[in-house]
Design a protein around this ligand. Sequence first.
Ligand SMILES: [Zn+2]
Ligand SMILES: [Zn+2]
Length: 135
Amino acid sequence: MNLDNCPRCGRLYLKNVMEMCQVCVKELEYQYEICVKYLRENKGTNIQELSDATEISIKEITRFIREGRISIANAPNMMYPCEVCGTLIREGHMCDNCRTRLRKDLTNAAQESAAAKAAKKDQTGAYRAIDKQRD
Ligand SMILES: [Zn+2]
Ligand SMILES: [Zn+2]
């Protein structure tokens, strides 16, 4: 049997596609429905208000939105926190700032590894030169 600890509540559960125990699956399903209902009736709400009214954590609501289960297209005030810095955003996982920074980091990393590769090449080149001299 494929048992694991539920990442949400820590209980031992039989592994499944939802990657959490049945209790959590049911609880999330229930929370999701409450969220959707509240949103439908209160289109002008924001995430803090929704969380207060439904007693569902912003983290869970954010997850529903990120998974695409809750659409905020019709709720102009709904925003959720950027994964990195917590700035409120309406699409993607990160705010513009973090995205730009991440892109820069990636470019830097790519440049660094290219530079490292080039340095390595130089070294092998140098070794070869020494070998040649030895011949
Ligand atoms: Zn659980
Ligand atoms: Zn951010």
